[in-house]
Write a protein that binds this ligand. Structure first.
Ligand SMILES: *[C@@H]1O[C@H](CO)[C@@H](O)[C@H](O)[C@H]1NC(C)=O
Ligand SMILES: *[C@@H]1O[C@H](CO)[C@@H](O)[C@H](O)[C@H]1NC(C)=O
Ligand SMILES: *[C@@H]1O[C@H](CO)[C@@H](O)[C@H](O)[C@H]1NC(C)=O
Ligand SMILES: *[C@@H]1O[C@H](CO)[C@@H](O)[C@H](O)[C@H]1NC(C)=O
Length: 171
């Protein structure tokens, strides 16, 4: 009984820490914001002042009957060549999520001719900055990630509280 509770408590702690540490700052970027993935948007300008971190996602929202989402290399991005994509992210729903899980440049185009009109996106994925040492929640409040922190930190606090309770009671 006692050993069982300790194992459960340890498992809860591990899960809480796993959720808390690497994903706390992850951002899901809606490509093109409220315009989505379409023509007549300059995605170079959209991406210009943004920092994309390893662990973030890109969310492409578009007209599934017209566009698609192809990951290509730099050459094919520049020339709008969709003949040999590195990855076809098109699922058919017009809502495709791409995990940015490697620190490198990513290049996306829409095939079907739309790339020539500017439907092309290049992002550089960086390592996330080290977390600030003191009161990260307060420092980051007001930024989009505050929402994620609020959602994740609170359950984690409860989980850690439960662990502590378990130790006090059963150990
Ligand atoms: C991209 O792929 C094409 C075709 O496979 C190749 O010719 C080209 O050299 C590649 N470019 C880069 C930067 O890897
Ligand atoms: C990409 O995948 C979708 C869904 O499987 C498919 O319908 C489409 O033909 C593919 N496009 C290319 C360029 O491979
Ligand atoms: C990144 O995500 C892709 C798609 O889910 C997956 O196939 C790949 O293994 C992942 N790479 C790493 C380094 O996690
Ligand atoms: C997007 O804007 C950039 C920077 O102003 C410019 O260099 C580029 O040519 C534009 N791209 C398109 C497709 O209009």
């Amino acid at each position: 009984m006692r050993a069982g509770m300790t194992v459960v408590a340890a498992a809860v702690l591990v899960v809480a820490m796993t959720i808390l540490v690497p994903e706390v700052d992850a951002t899901r970027w809606i490509v093109g914001a409220n315009q989505g993935w379409t023509n007549n948007v300059n995605y170079t300008i959209w991406a210009k002042d943004k920092h994309f971190y390893n662990g973030d996602w890109l969310f492409f929202v578009y007209d599934r009957n017209q566009m698609n989402v192809l990951e290509v290399n730099k050459t094919d991005y520049e020339s709008c060549n969709s003949d040999h994509p590195l990855h076809n992210w098109t699922t058919g729903a017009g809502r495709d999520v791409v995990p940015l899980n490697v620190t490198r440049h990513y290049y996306f185009i829409s095939g079907k001719g739309f790339c020539y009109g500017g439907m092309k996106l290049a992002v550089r994925v960086e390592n996330p900055p080290p977390p600030p040492s003191a009161s990260p929640i307060k420092e980051k409040s007001g930024t989009p990630s505050a929402l994620y922190r609020g959602q994740l930190v609170l359950p984690a606090v409860f989980a850690i509280g439960a662990v502590w309770d378990a130790f006090v009671r059963f150990w």
